[in-house]
Design a protein around this ligand. Structure first.
Ligand code: C2E
Ligand code: MG
Ligand code: MG
Length: 386
């Protein structure tokens, strides 16, 4: 990567490895980043540098002296700006601002979190909970989404919304994702063997999906557990799908070939084009919770949800709604022709025992009460719940 940058910016640029990870360009003027006003011009140049065959780079720069006068300060500012770009959906360009400095303070916390996560994996502190997915027409549980849980002895229960982004940034998500996949597949295989076949949905991060051995890894995990591919569904986000279109397509087709089902998570929040959707071997769209939340009262959300359901029908793709909390939402979705739902209305993500109890014949259900009609969030003390 350093050599490529040098070639781009001949004759005057210095590149070096820093902390084993970074390429540092001490004089970036040849990359045409000299003033804040030509940011858009430089963005093209950056994009060029970013798409090296077989490698993906994140390029971030600090400008001396405005962003700091020592190495640590400069690198810290560059890091903060890079995090902003990533949060805004990557492949972008940001200059460091004062606001990023709040991010600086945050950096130490993120590093601590990253460290704690690595310990959590080796000390087996991660666990999976499973949220039932329900057929809207029949009320039958037809699947489960595996959602990671982590209780740290010092930090307490850390929600995935907090640690997954940190793991994505540090790359540790690959190890976590691997563990999640193996664990979820093993659980699905166990349910399958005990006569309770349950389609298992697993969330996959962009970095994990782009690992060169990803498809082979999925195939060998299935083989090792003896689980048919059709009982595994991978949930990908639109942002994963729109990067590296050709690579994505060939991966998706390879996965479809081994029978694995594919879903688009948080659908409606990204930018996938209809033409592109048609080319993907996708089996399900998951309507993002933000569109479900204000149903049925919010007319624009109602229209969006109807449009997604019609899109699914036109493309012959199943549609599931997530985050369903009220009976009115469920009614609306059923009448609109949505196929499935998941949400607190039926159950939150449950540990294995509670999940099994929920599915057991009514006679055996005395231990765990039937799910409440309203959100279970307000029951922090309930042992079987999240
Ligand atoms: P997601 O995949 O969209 O998962 C849905 C989230 O909504 C879950 O939050 C779930 O507990 C929550 N949820 C389900 N029903 C309801 C409801 O009725 N109301 C409300 N308010 N929320 C509901 P969770 O478990 O905190 O996960 C958050 C996100 O973290 C997930 O969003 C997913 O993007 C990520 N995540 C979780 N587990 C994994 C994992 O194993 N691997 C990866 N890569 N990401 C994961
Ligand atoms: Mg999901
Ligand atoms: Mg989602």
């Amino acid at each position: 990567a350093g050599r490529h940058l040098l070639a781009l910016a001949q004759p005057r640029i210095d590149a070096a490895r820093w902390n084993g990870l970074r390429v540092v360009a001490a004089d970036a003027s040849r990359l045409r980043v000299s003033t804040r006003s030509n940011a858009s011009l430089s963005a093209d140049h950056y994009a060029f540098a970013l798409f090296l065959p077989g490698a993906e780079l994140t390029l971030h720069a600090s400008l001396h002296p405005a962003d700091g006068s020592d190495m640590d300060g400069l690198l810290g500012r560059a890091d903060a700006a890079m995090r902003e770009v990533k949060q805004a959906g990557r492949a972008g360009f940001r200059f460091h601002t004062q606001r990023s400095q709040a991010g600086d303070a945050d950096l130490r916390t993120r590093m601590q979190l990253d460290h704690a996560m690595r310990q959590a994996l080796t000390q087996q502190r991660f666990r999976l909970h499973y949220q039932p997915q329900v057929d809207l027409a029949t009320g039958t549980v037809i699947g489960a989404e595996a959602l990671i849980r982590w209780r740290d002895p010092e930090l307490g229960e850390v929600p995935p919304g907090r640690f997954i982004p940190v793991a994505e940034e540090s790359g540790f998500i690959v190890a976590i994702g691997d563990w999640v996949l193996r664990q979820a597949v093993a659980q699905a295989a166990q349910w399958h063997a005990s006569g309770m076949p349950m389609r298992m949905s697993v969330n996959v991060s962009a970095l994990q999906f782009r690992q060169p051995g990803f498809v082979d890894g999925v195939a060998s995990t299935l083989r090792a557990a003896g689980l048919p591919g059709r009982l595994l569904e991978l949930e990908l986000t639109e942002s994963i799908l729109i990067q590296d279109v050709e690579g994505t397509l060939s991966r998706l087709h390879a996965l479809a070939e081994i029978g694995v089902l594919l879903a688009i998570d948080d659908f409606g929040t990204g930018y996938s084009s209809l033409g592109y959707l048609k080319r993907l071997p996708i089996g399900r769209l998951k309507i993002d919770r933000s569109f479900v939340m204000d149903l049925p009262g919010d007319t624009s959300d109602a229209s969006i949800v109807n449009a997604i359901i019609n899109l699914g029908r036109a493309l012959d793709i199943q549609v599931i709604a997530e985050g369903v909390e009220t009976e009115a939402q469920r009614q609306f979705l059923r009448q609109a022709g949505c196929h499935e739902f998941q949400g607190y209305l039926f159950a939150p993500a449950l540990d294995v025992k509670s999940f099994e109890a929920l599915l057991a014949p009514a006679a055996n259900r005395r231990v765990v009460p039937l799910p409440r009609r309203r959100a279970a969030r307000a029951q922090p003390g309930a042992a079987v719940r999240d």
